[in-house]
Design a protein around this ligand. Sequence first.
Ligand code: GSH
Length: 208
Amino acid sequence: MILIGQYDSPFVRRVGIAMTLYGLAFEHRPWSAFSDAFRIRQFNPLIRVPTLVLDSGEALIDSHAILDYLDGLADEGRQLLPASNPERYRARRVTSLAAGLGDKAVSLFYERTMHKAASDIWVERLKAQIDGALTVLDIERSTIATDYWFGSRISHADITVGAVWRYINDAHPGLVTAEDFPTLAAMCERLETLPAFRQISQPLIAPV
Ligand SMILES: N[C@@H](CCC(=O)N[C@@H](CS)C(=O)NCC(=O)O)C(=O)O
């Protein structure tokens, strides 16, 4: 399998971290969605990352669909999503909230870097959405005493929150602080010490 995309994308990173935790072998092509568009287009006409090229040559797109496929390859008992409800839908809910937060943070980055003048209305809306999602996540996590969101084992919820928190801090320095979201900040600092998080990591490279 070939994973396309740079690890400064929270979506590519969460897939790369999951593949590493699953022990799945893969090649990595750290192609930029912008400067390597001509390469990515061969596999994904939307020119987006992550894109996962299977050994069959078929390409999966969107981190949710990619991880749904990869979860099916994981050894029994190693899956990064609880097996049954209600834990399963609760983990999906936190994962979706964090991934949506990632979408908003990426939109804010593009708005600020790709327009001569950013739209104030859009920027304020994005900031409010980012603040709202972080507030909910921080409050919810503060009620949980276990190492990970859903017990003693890491799940897609933890990985996605961690990848997105790192992205927000890299792409928008000063936008959020550890004082505002202390539980998330502490949780994500711990996650970044894990071998898979350290291995699947790169500093942000602005699109050119
Ligand atoms: N919902 C998608 C979001 C992926 C996404 O936003 N990727 C960004 C990089 S962080 C991208 O490819 N941007 C280029 C574009 O959308 O044109 C997922 O979960 O994979």
